[in-house]
Design a protein around this ligand. Structure first.
Ligand code: SF4
Ligand code: SF4
Length: 340
């Protein structure tokens, strides 16, 4: 384990940014934090988490997949990808780091999504352990330890510095690039910090929330439960919960006619929208109840069914904080699941 002095953090950012693009959470005037590209003077936010997750760097909200050029009856396919450079995402929390396990299941299984894979190969994730988990946090429900985040490098903020531990070759290389700033240290300060964080976690309002009643093989038990009616009736179908979610991965592909060719875009979509997966034969989920049920059944039953029991929620709490009518996955779990 290595230690970086408190006063050396900006120097570390400067050193990393000299060879790679560096993104980190910064405070905005709008009252929340979001990832920004580092520039001289950029300060790391003290906020617990960003409004939107680090997913955006690997699966962006919109991307130009390819172009088509028409010449008479010939169609030329143009690869619009520019070589992705190495980049670093600093300050990813344990929940968001775990979300990549979900996204990898979706995008790296056959057929591999080469756009996502390319970014995963070029991206270095530096996580930061939580010191002040929020009342909306429930990552522990899904077996995630906010005090021991994964990633290529894990970082803990302690009383007098930052402790860094490389977990992968990419992480090791990153730390080597700033080796003159580090000194060796033992794990005592980290363990002290972890104990404090775990004490807070035990006292959070959602400390006892469990996944009892959800998981593999429960479609028949849950699908027609009457509670879906009441839970879904106030949902506005705005899609906010899906857009802030680090694990949501639905998208739509559209072609745009530019007059002399076609541009093909991939854009995030939301299962909460009334035109989601609409086909010429119609809309497979014509009511908001069906759409609402789809979102939560997918995260808590269908995804585990198809992915060795893995849930596709990491308990980041963003949907709890952002839904305009205060509906969220926790309310669904408390209403439909076991005793929480
Ligand atoms: S469903 Fe909500 S709590 Fe779970 S990962 Fe998505 S935004 Fe976070
Ligand atoms: S659950 Fe909330 S955030 Fe999600 S679509 Fe419905 S109203 Fe919008």
């Amino acid at each position: 384990m290595k230690k970086l002095a408190l006063a050396s953090l900006d120097k570390f950012f400067e050193t990393v940014a000299a060879s790679r693009t560096l993104y980190l959470p910064v405070d905005t005037e709008k009252g929340y934090s979001e990832y920004k590209k580092w520039a001289d003077g950029t300060k790391l936010s003290k906020a617990l988490n960003t409004l939107r997750s680090a997913k955006d760097f690997f699966f962006p909200q919109t991307e130009n997949l390819m172009d088509f050029k028409l010449s008479g009856k010939a169609i030329e396919v143009i690869d619009t990808r520019s070589e992705t450079e190495d980049f670093v995402v600093f300050g990813v929390r344990a929940c968001d780091a775990a979300s990549f396990g979900v996204l990898d299941r979706v995008f790296l299984q056959d057929p591999v999504d080469t756009y996502y894979k390319n970014r995963r190969e070029h991206g270095i994730i530096v996580t930061m352990a939580c010191t002040k988990p929020a009342e909306t946090c429930f990552c522990h429900t899904f077996g995630i330890d906010a005090a021991a985040p994964a990633g290529d490098v894990s970082v803990w903020e302690t009383a007098d510095g930052y402790c860094f531990e490389a977990n992968t070759e990419k992480g090791e290389a990153l730390m080597n690039s700033a080796s003159s700033l580090f000194e060796d240290t033992d794990t005592a300060a980290v363990e002290e910090q972890q104990a404090k964080t775990r004490e807070i976690l035990k006292k959070l309002p959602l400390a006892n929330l469990t996944t009892d009643g959800f998981g593999r093989g429960l479609t028949k038990e849950l699908f027609n439960r009457p509670e879906w009616q009441k839970l879904s009736e106030s949902c506005l179908g705005c899609g906010t919960c899906t857009f802030v979610c680090p694990t949501c991965q639905c998208y739509d592909i559209r072609d745009f006619d530019t007059g002399n060719g076609i541009k093909r875009f991939r854009c995030w979509d939301s299962c909460m929208y009334s035109d989601f997966t609409k086909m010429s034969a119609g809309q497979p989920r014509p009511t908001q109840l069906e759409r609402f049920r789809q979102r939560f059944m997918h995260k808590l039953v269908y995804f585990p069914d198809n992915n060795d029991g893995m849930f596709s929620c990491v308990g980041c709490g963003r949907c709890l904080a952002r839904c305009p009518i205060s509906m969220n996955i926790v309310k669904v779990m408390k209403t439909m699941g076991g005793k929480n």
